[in-house]
Design a protein around this ligand. Structure first.
Ligand SMILES: [Zn+2]
Length: 145
């Protein structure tokens, strides 16, 4: 099942027939009918021939996306193997050498799913000075080990 639609192709103030939407999104007309059964409201609910307002379609598809989105807390990962939230057995972070804005850098957390053992990744950011601080701690620890 196709899950990501280019919402920018859908004009907010335009109305679309089932057929037009299907062509626009590259899907079968039956999929559009199933959207209607699933809660996508046509302009005229009593009409057999459905016309949908672009803004309603966008709202519906955005809502579907939001329902699938999983909010992760601190130290949590999304495991593609388990298709669920998970925590990691061991986590390390890798600098991506990419800056976000002025003082932040992009990092990648790497871990191992605690349930299935598959590798899990998560992107995040750190203040550049935090990373420097972390490196200082690491180097100051190593001689005593
Ligand atoms: Zn897993």
């Amino acid at each position: 099942m196709k899950r990501n639609y280019n919402l920018r192709k859908i004009k907010t103030k335009k109305s679309y027939s089932t057929q037009e939407l299907a062509v626009l999104c590259g899907i079968h007309p039956q999929t559009v009918r199933s959207w209607r059964n699933d809660g996508l409201l046509p302009i005229d609910e009593d009409s057999h021939y459905s016309l949908f307002l672009g803004s309603a379609v966008k709202e519906y598809l955005q809502e579907q996306t939001n329902q699938r989105r999983v909010k992760l807390g601190q130290g949590e990962f999304y495991c593609l193997g388990c298709k669920a939230k998970t925590t990691s057995r061991s986590t390390k972070f890798v600098s991506q050498d990419k800056k976000i804005g002025v003082n932040k850098i992009s990092i990648r957390y790497e871990g191992e799913c605690i349930k299935c053992g598959k590798s899990v990744n998560r992107f995040g950011s750190l203040q550049s000075n935090e990373l420097v601080a972390e490196q200082v701690i690491n180097t100051s620890l190593s001689p005593s080990l």
